[in-house]
Design a protein around this ligand. Structure first.
Ligand code: GLA
Length: 387
């Protein structure tokens, strides 16, 4: 369901600046139930798109200019299709990166005007950046009749972030944003890109996100470093097991044998990833067996691994997960996404989320002197046009 308030704001902004738009597209943020930092290691992930999205209103121009407005930020940016480069102010780069990829792929674009806004909390680990990229790809595909399929748009959005923005992210966020379906999780094999939908009915549960409010400035450099540490582990394992091309191909026994006596960071990173790839597969069996308790237990285990072995958590997320874990109404909780702040995801018995938030808010305030924000989210459809 489109957010009408955002739509009317965007229409107004676009109209007063550029005149009649062609149409509006939207692409949502994402959650991930389990399978963290496994995507760039060619493992599996289990994300879903949520009922919070980035919207883009778009219209063609008669020249080669690109005029962008970020309605929420009250900011704008102009450039030329022939001379794309980083804007120096971040938000336009997610749009320009996609334009750049389309041009590199040989598509003939013309100039366009676009205004963006959304209700995906920014910097909260819900992939607002992937949502901007996917909304842009989706809108440009329609505007210029490029005939792209969703998978291609996902891949070029990821490449835009890798190459233009400079974050070496995996494919999960863009895939979830494009391919989401209501009440379904996506079990994605990040090596083959084969995927299946797994029903995740929320009749008896609520999906509660607790926002640490922490935005770590090191997040992207640490993220890229984790990637390198995993690659280093693969390089060492492959000396004895040449068939190992990514951590997806490695076993815990290989990690123990080849890495336990070397660099402790490389060892712990790789151990976590190999455990997590296996954990996700087991967790999917829990879902099939309708065993949410067992599924939730694995979410707590994932958190422990992310915190102690992969070292991408933060004291705020650790505290929230531990507080949530004391409640019987909470099936599972863990930090979500790249880490170093952002949200924890909590699977809570239906009806119990509000009381949990009321209880945790003062405790969090007391311990960290920060206000705890909470979002209840629903699993909704991926990228689409808005009527
Ligand atoms: C970020 C990245 C994803 C993925 C997660 C961790 O959200 O964009 O590709 O690696 O972190 O699972």
């Amino acid at each position: 369901m489109a957010n009408q308030e955002i739509l009317s704001k965007l229409n107004h902004v676009f109209n007063s600046r550029f005149g009649e738009p062609a149409f509006i597209a939207r692409s949502p943020g994402r959650i991930n139930l389990i399978g963290e930092h496994t995507d760039y290691n060619m493992g599996f992930v289990l994300p879903a798109s949520i009922d919070k999205a980035i919207y883009i209103v778009i219209g063609e121009r008669n020249d080669n200019r690109v005029h962008l407005v970020a309605a929420d930020l009250g900011d704008s940016y102009e450039t030329d299709l022939g001379s794309l480069h980083q804007s120096g102010k971040h938000w336009p780069d997610y749009v320009l990166g996609v334009v750049d990829q389309l041009q590199q792929a040989g598509h003939q674009l013309r100039g366009f005007n676009a205004a963006l806004a959304g209700d995906v909390p920014l910097g909260a680990g819900l992939s607002s950046s992937a949502a901007v990229e996917c909304a842009t790809a989706f809108a440009l595909d329609k505007l210029f009749n490029l005939g792209l399929d969703r998978k291609t748009m996902v891949q070029l959005s990821q490449k835009a972030e890798n190459e233009f923005v400079g974050v070496k992210c995996g494919i999960m966020d863009q895939f979830a944003s494009m391919f989401g379906r209501p009440e379904q999780l996506i079990r994605l094999d990040c090596r083959s890109l084969a995927y299946e939908y797994i029903p995740f009915p929320t009749k008896d549960i609520e999906i509660l996100l607790l926002d640490t409010g922490v935005k770590h400035s090191l997040a992207s450099s640490e993220y890229n470093l984790r990637r390198q540490e995993c690659e280093e582990g693969v390089r060492i394992i492959a000396q004895q097991y040449p068939e190992v091309q990514s951590l997806r191909d490695a076993t815990i026994a290989m990690v123990e044998q080849c890495l336990a006596n070397g660099d402790s960071k490389v060892y712990r990173r790789c151990l976590y990833v190999v455990q997590e790839i296996k954990r996700l597969q087991d967790a999917c069996m829990d879902l099939t067996a309708n065993d949410l308790r067992s599924f939730g237990k694995k979410m707590f285990e994932t958190h422990k691994g992310l915190s102690e072995l992969y070292e991408v958590s933060c004291p705020e997320a650790d505290a929230l997960v531990s507080m949530a874990g004391k409640h019987d109404s909470v099936y599972g909780a863990r930090m979500m996404g790249g880490g170093f702040g952002g949200c924890t995801i909590n699977i809570v018995a239906r009806g119990a989320a509000d009381a949990l938030v009321r209880e945790l808010q003062p405790l969090y305030q007391q311990q960290f002197n920060r206000q705890l924000k909470a979002y209840k989210v629903r699993i909704d459809e991926g990228s689409s046009l808005v009527n």
